[in-house]
Design a protein around this ligand. Structure first.
Ligand code: ATP
Ligand code: MG
Length: 871
């Protein structure tokens, strides 16, 4: 069975069991402070388990793109070394949100594996949670009993908390789980040692393929467990591992998920997979990592120096490094795999195929720049190793490699390990802390648990239609950020817009009879709308009047609607390849990042601005539609952004159906005329293939225009109000240029005259031509020219000039060709001596030297001393 059919069968099976099939959520998370990436199928459903939101369907199944490279679940070190852990992998899952529980979950997983996929029953093992005394958790007798109905009892094993109690992160939903393992060894090996001895022993062919989690608890910030309002099922099956089992392979990389990538890499490197352990690992690393990197970029995450972007950069660099060292890839290569991968997965995850050019370009640039530093960094590492006393690369040295050469610490450790060295990682961390004391304060964020006030109703956003409303607090919690205590409040309904889609969160206040509390930010946490306050209201039960800062909201709306007009205008002027890659909208400006491969020309920028302003003047009324079925929205021409999570029903914002139709949750002007004016103030590059426009609207644009015109007025006045300002400024520059030329010629002429005069006054002394003079010249260059001119004239020249150069003293000593050969005089030494008289220093070559100084009155003394030196 090929991998495509395996995936399809899974979804069809659960569809038949009454599940709704949903799309994968994006790999990169936007509104979750606890996670950077989706690390399991349940992440997008977290709010359902926590009771923060209601699922539309209580049975759901999907395949989810997962990334396990940071936080609680981090497999990066294993990837490529072993054959069954990936950075990005697909997790097939089925869910019950308060619907069926252990009995059905267990029965169906058994049915699917043994009847549909026909995995041999005697090669399967299952585990159940043995309980944990410390946490007061019992043995999972129910799971055990349900399994007993299907599988031999000696294939049911008991597992401890580490393996059989699943937790998403440090906090959040969790519960006991039951894993299914498969033994893929040969019959001969199975005879020697029964598979149950190898379950959970990190054996590469006795591995876990599926985990059925029975969600019952929420892990709170103080680490205690709290029972969830309902019981849920959350299962996750590693798709690549399942393919291995069904296709009877012993490594994920031998399945058709990876073979196209491996053969492409092999061809490029001139090696075959399974030639040698070292090249195999490198090939696996690249085949794996390109998936993580390409899909993260397709979901909108560019490699960068912080957060999720840095994780992506690190993964790519790890792949580059393996290719560079073991496959001799000295030029960018990984980007070439993007089309192969896009084509392979286009039916399931079309986001890569449709952006392959853009994604390839980003990877190419990133590879290019890293290869440049990699070579330098490896040289530095050689040097470090040569000087190393002992076997440990110190923290500061590892930090230097990180800071100067962009070597992530895991990369340095990896190279060190290969060379029989180790890295003082704690020392490295200490260095890191020193440099980033600010982000350290950030990391020291503490989040308390939610405390419910009264009844916890589902919060409702009413801010599209209202900027004020009467609200009640339904829950709150305390957080500590940068050593400052803040409070997060959730209301039963709220007019405050929470930051999303690039638009900043609303600010304002809430007020009751006897107190007023300022809201200084509003953000989303998954489905919750969270208000940030510096103080906690004293009477939490009170009814509050909530008021959004009107002016700020209005200006943000101006900028947000202008962003839509700009987006549409860019697509008109530059082409349909323009896609939004990021945006920021606040009350002062708008920033719009989009895919485009060249800098925009001045004409293009002007054209875009023109279109936007024309649409503003047309005063197009907003057409806002809420709850449009997603497919209808697409038919209207709305473009879904990759990396954005949409529900079945979406909001569509239209300004002229022939011009701008977007899926958007932001707030917009009732008609475009309100924007007043839009000015593009900059166009620049953010990353390979991504351009950025910054623009301003309304009051800010007016201020900008007024200021610019004011500046122009000042210039005009300065130039005495000419008719044609530009011609006048140009004329002035031309005039200046002509005058400079004239001056130069004049000075040249003067210098020549001076030179001739000096030559005529040369004295014959001891058989050579001596010139000892005080002169006045316009520049150091002129002085030098005179000296060289005289040298050309007399090959037995001995010249000392004490010069006044525009009020500053200088000394020049020049020896003719004959004298310079004699060793009798040394111009450099003479100048050093003479410079003392003018309070300065200098030096130069044996035949010519100059010195500057501070004391102009010393010029006569210079000549006197020179005379003595010569005698
Ligand atoms: P393991 O112990 O093998 O790392 P896990 O306990 O971390 O697995 P779960 O968190 O239960 O795995 O995830 C559910 C399933 O997802 C696993 O049974 C496995 O098939 C798959 N899986 C987990 N991590 C990876 C990974 N890094 N690469 C590929 N598949 C994975
Ligand atoms: Mg794991």
């Amino acid at each position: 069975m090929d991998s495509g059919s395996i995936r399809r069968k899974f979804l069809e099976f659960f569809e038949k069991k009454g599940h709704t099939i949903v799309p994968s959520a994006p790999l990169v998370l936007k509104n979750d402070p606890t996670l950077l990436f989706t690390n399991s199928g349940m992440v997008q459903f977290k709010d359902y388990f926590l009771g923060n939101a209601q699922p539309k369907s209580r049975r759901v199944a999907d395949t989810q793109k997962c990334l396990r490279v940071s936080g609680k679940h981090n497999d990066l070190e294993e990837v490529g070394i072993d054959t069954y852990h990936h950075t990005m992998f697909e997790m097939l899952g089925n869910w019950s949100f308060g619907d069926y529980f252990k009995k059905e979950a267990i029965a169906w997983s058994w049915e699917l594996l043994t009847e549909e996929y026909k995995l041999p029953k005697d090669r399967l093992y299952v585990t159940v949670f043995e309980g944990d005394a410390k946490e007061n958790l019992p043995f999972d007798q129910d799971a055990y009993n349900f399994w007993k109905e299907h599988i031999a009892e000696d294939h049911i094993l008991r597992g401890n908390k580490k393996d059989n109690f699943w937790e998403m992160g440090e906090t959040g939903p969790c519960g006991p789980c039951s894993e299914i393992h498969v033994d893929l060894r040969s019959e001969e090996e199975v005879q020697k040692l029964p598979g149950k001895e190898l379950v959970n022993q990190s054996h590469p062919q006795v591995i876990e393929i599926w985990n059925n989690v029975f969600m019952e608890f929420n892990r709170k910030a103080d680490k205690s467990l709290e029972r969830l309002p309902a019981q849920h099922v959350d299962t996750g099956m590693g798709f690549e591992r399942l393919c291995m089992a069904i296709q009877k392979k012993t490594s994920n990389y031998d399945t058709d998920v990876f073979t196209p990538l491996l053969s492409f890499i092999g061809q490029a490197a001139g090696v075959t997979y399974k030639d040698s352990e070292k090249t195999d690992i490198a090939m696996r690393v690249i085949a794996d990592h390109v998936r993580a990197v390409a899909f993260a970029i397709a979901d909108g995450q560019l490699p960068s120096n912080t957060g999720a972007g840095y994780v992506i950069r690190r993964i790519l660099r790890r792949a580059v490094r393996y290719g560079f060292t073991f496959l001799n890839f000295k030029e960018p290569f990984i980007y070439k795999l993007v089309p192969v991968l896009g084509n392979q997965l286009k039916d399931v995850f079309p986001e890569l195929e449709s952006q392959k050019e853009y994604v390839g370009k980003v990877i190419f640039e990133e590879e290019t720049s890293f290869l440049r530093t990699l070579e330098k960094g490896l040289k530095r590492l050689d040097a470090i190793q040569a000087e190393l006393k002992g076997q440990v690369i110190s923290g500061p040295l590892a930090f230097e490699l990180y800071d100067t050469f962009g070597f992530p610490i895991d990369l340095t450790s990896l190279i060190a390990r290969e060379r029989g060295l180790s890295v003082d990682e704690d020392g490295f961390k200490a260095e890191m802390e020193k440099q980033k004391s600010r982000s350290k304060a950030d990391a020291a964020k503490e989040t308390g648990d939610w405390i419910t006030v009264g009844t916890d109703v589902k919060p409702e956003f009413i801010g599209y239609d209202n900027l004020e409303a009467d609200v009640r607090i339904v829950r709150y919690r305390k957080i500590k950020q940068k050593n400052k205590e803040l409070f997060q409040l959730v209301f039963d309904r709220t007019p405050f817009y929470a930051e999303s889609g690039g638009q900043v969160g609303d600010t304002g206040y809430i007020e009751s009879v006897n107190e007023k509390v300022y809201i200084h930010d509003t953000r989303k946490e998954n489905e919750l709308i969270v208000h940030f306050a510096e103080t906690l209201p004293e009477n939490l039960q009170a009814s509050f009047h909530a008021q959004v800062d009107r002016q700020k909201r209005q200006l943000s709306m101006d900028n947000h609607s202008a962003t839509h007009l700009l987006h549409a205008a860019l697509r008109q002027v530059l082409g349909k390849h323009v896609e939004q890659k990021g945006s920021l909208v606040n009350d002062r400006m708008l920033r719009f990042d989009f895919s485009h491969f060249a800098a925009m020309t001045a004409e293009e920028i002007q054209k875009v601005e023109q279109i936007v302003n024309q649409k503003i003047r047309e005063n197009i009324a907003l057409d806002e539609r809420r709850n449009v079925p997603i497919d209808d929205a697409k038919k209207l021409g709305a473009m879904a952004l990759f990396g954005e999570k949409y529900g079945d029903f979406v909001r569509v914002i239209t300004f002229d159906p022939k011009f701008s139709v977007e899926l958007c949750g932001g707030t917009h002007v009732p008609a475009t005329g309100q924007i007043g004016l839009c000015k593009i103030v900059s166009e620049s590059s953010v990353a390979a293939g991504v351009r950025r426009i910054e623009a301003i609207t309304a009051d800010e644009a007016e201020r900008y225009v007024t200021e610019s015109l004011g500046l122009l007025d000042q210039v005009r006045e300065l130039l005495k109000n000419p008719k044609d300002l530009l011609a006048s400024a140009k004329g002035l520059l031309e005039e200046k240029h002509a005058l400079e030329k004239k001056l130069e010629a004049f000075q040249q002429e003067q210098a020549n005259q001076l030179k001739d005069k000096l030559a005529s006054r040369a004295q014959q002394v001891n058989g050579y031509h001596l010139i000892l003079e005080k002169v006045s010249v316009p520049s150091a260059d002129a002085l030098k020219n005179i000296a060289y001119g005289l040298r050309n004239q007399f090959d037995d020249l001995l010249l000392v000039l004490a010069a006044d150069v525009e009020g500053k003293p200088q000394v020049a000593v020049m020896l003719g060709e004959k004298l310079a050969g004699t060793n009798r005089y040394h111009a450099g030494n003479m100048v050093k001596e003479l410079a003392r008289e003018i309070g300065g220093g200098g030096g130069g070559q044996p035949f010519f030297a100059t010195a500057g100084g501070k004391n102009l009155d010393g010029l006569d003394a210079v000549l006197e001393k020179a005379r003595k030196l010569i005698q």
